[in-house]
Design a protein around this ligand. Structure first.
Ligand code: PEP
Ligand code: MG
Length: 585
């Protein structure tokens, strides 16, 4: 019997999939040039293949609309346009007529020329179009060869592939795949986003998994933890079947809360919103019942490309997000580049990037780039409830300079008679001890605060958030961090502004009662985490949260804070016992 093998990758879409492995290889048969004896019939075969490929794309598009309940069909629309492009079809027909070349290789060669040009382009956007073109080529070649639909995949298969295109991912959804595993790709790859939207468990970034797996072997995919188990032993399989059952029950229960507001049992309401990195994630925001976006990390528009998007490109994206989520708010954070978020055009290496030319510092030094982004955000504010947020503010002077840029952009737009929301709120992230300790002054000139607990923890404890050697010391429950959090909320409230949090901390089940008890007004997190936190809020009472928060604030260590909170949370929510990490992350 084959040995059980555990592989660790990146958890890309939650849930547990159990099934037999189906290895998905796109180009099973190479496309080699052939000569045909009857070019006329080859032309007819090519025309038929184009027609079938179009029909197939149309069907997939319909499926995505139906399954996602969305208009996110750009991907299919773009592929359809490419497929209808007369140049490629004419080029193919000419090779068939002139050289008696077979349709599959003729089309393949024509399309390969185009995709190689796109591959060589600087822009990530164009590179992605190259992969769209390869997707179309494969689709047409398959029909020329009369291979019909992609091989149908046995129901409940675990699909293992080197890479999947978003169209592949959608197709696999139609085939009721139990889970997807890819060797490449990250959490924010489009495939991962589509898997999340279609609610198919997925793990990405497992290098070398294809070499270790065989067609038809049993496997378990744990999309919550990013683990794949090949050839699970009967006991492992049994344990995962139990976990899968309880996970599905849990998800079904949580789904019922989608439309509920986040109100405690004694009537205290907070806002529960989502963090997004890419515009496509609005689908997940809505499907998980979040109220708008509390943090749009716009730097990902740059990190997934090789250049910053232009003002017009940004405007189109921000507007789309604002319109999709209106009347709920969308808080757009200006570029937070630097630190661990370095794109293709990284500035010179810095010895301490987290303490260096980062976030608002970078933007204030690049006024043209900063203003273009602010103008784009302001223009989008005419189409929904948009707010602007500055990252990593350390002092009043930075806030004033950033706000001056907003004023300047507003003046320009007024001059150009471009519409925007004159009352668009401007707030700041509190992510440095310096900002937390001067929150009273900053609150006088901000419309809101959002606590960036990820960075606030890093800077307060002097622990690099990306350095695994010191990971054990990185703990938002450290009393130093908790006191700063309390201070910021109190200062904000004294100045009459609302205070939210958009760091990972607020999605931690241990932190939920604590932050409620400290009177946090808004919790913003990964969309997937929203339903669980909402369930907790609906079942908590503000007065008990206040009492437990008071005890935690007296604790002398992170361990003690966690122990108090774990007792409280597990007492009320025994099913969370596994998720509540008392020892920290
Ligand atoms: C934070 O620091 O808590 C935050 C939300 O910002 P980011 O994780 O993008 O640095
Ligand atoms: Mg941050």
């Amino acid at each position: 019997m084959a040995k059980e093998l555990r592989l660790q990758g990146i958890a890309a879409s939650p849930g547990i999939g159990i099934g037999r492995i189906f290895i998905h290889r796109r180009h099973a048969q190479p496309v080699t040039r052939q000569t045909v004896s009857d070019p006329e019939s080859e032309l007819r075969r090519f025309a038929r293949a184009l027609e079938r490929a179009r029909a197939e794309l149309d069907e997939l598009r319909g499926l995505v609309v139906e399954r996602l309940g969305t208009e996110e069909t750009e991907l299919w629309d773009a592929q359809m346009m490419m497929l209808s492009d007369p140049t490629a079809a004419e080029g193919t027909r000419e090779r068939i007529r002139r050289d008696g070349q077979d349709a599959a290789s003729a089309f393949h060669e024509v399309m390969e020329q185009i995709s190689q040009q796109l591959d060589a382009a600087d822009s990530q956007y164009l590179k992605e179009r190259a992969s769209d073109i390869r997707d179309i080529t494969w689709r047409v070649v398959k029909h020329v060869r009369d291979q019909g639909q992609a091989p149908s995949i046995p129901r409940d298969s675990i699909v293992l592939a080197h890479e999947l295109s978003p169209a592949d991912a959608a197709y696999l959804a139609t085939q009721k795949a139990a889970a997807m595993v890819t060797e490449i790709g990250g959490k924010t790859s489009h495939t991962a986003i589509i898997a999340r939207s279609l609610e198919i468990p997925a793990v990405v970034g497992i290098k070398g998994s294809l070499a270790q797996a065989s067609q038809g072997d049993w496997a378990v995919v744990d999309g919550n933890r990013g683990t794949v188990i090949l050839n699970p032993l009967p006991a492992t399989l049994e344990s995962y079947r139990r976990q899968q059952k309880s996970y599905l029950r849990h998800v079904a229960d949580l789904r019922k809360l989608r439309k509920s507001k986040a109100i405690t049992r004694d009537g205290h309401q907070v806002e529960l919103s989502a963090n997004i990195e890419l515009p496509e994630e609005t689908v997940a925001v809505l499907s998980h019942g979040a109220k708008g976006v509390g943090l749009f990390r716009t730097e990902f528009l740059y990190l997934t490309s090789d250049r910053l998007p232009t003002e017009d490109e940004q405007y189109a994206i921000y507007r789309r997000v604002a319109e999709k989520l209106a009347p709920d708010p969308v808080i757009i954070r200006t570029f937070d580049l630097g630190g661990d978020k370095i794109g293709g055009q990284a500035p010179e290496p810095e010895a301490n990037p987290f303490l260096g030319w980062r976030a608002i510092r970078f933007c204030l030094d690049r006024p043209e780039l900063f203003k273009a982004q602010i103008r784009a955000i302001l223009k989008a504010s005419a189409h929904g409830q948009v707010k602007i947020m500055f990252p990593m503010i350390c002092c009043l002077e930075e806030l004033r300079r950033a706000k001056a840029a907003v004023e300047e952009a507003k003046q320009e737009l007024r001059g150009d008679r471009v519409k925007f929301d004159e009352h668009c709120q401007v707030g700041i992230m509190i992510e440095t001890p310096a900002a937390a300790l001067t929150a009273t002054a900053l609150a006088q000139e901000s419309d809101f605060f959002s606590i960036g607990s990820n960075d606030l923890t890093q800077y307060t404890l002097a622990v690099d958030r990306t350095n695994h050697r010191v990971a054990r010391m990185y703990d938002p429950f450290n009393p130093a961090v908790l006191r700063l959090v309390r201070e910021v909320i109190e200062c904000g409230h004294r100045a009459g502004i609302w205070v939210g949090m958009c760091g990972e901390m607020c999605a931690d089940p241990l932190a939920v009662p604590l932050l409620l008890g400290l009177s946090l007004d808004e919790f913003s997190m990964n969309p997937v985490a929203v339903p669980e936190v909402k369930r907790m809020i609906l079942n908590l009472r503000l007065d008990q949260c206040r009492r437990v928060a008071a005890r935690v604030m007296e604790a002398e260590s992170a361990d003690k804070s966690r122990a108090i909170l774990a007792d409280f949370v597990i007492g009320l929510f025994p099913d969370l016992a596994l998720t509540c990490s008392v020892e920290g992350t």
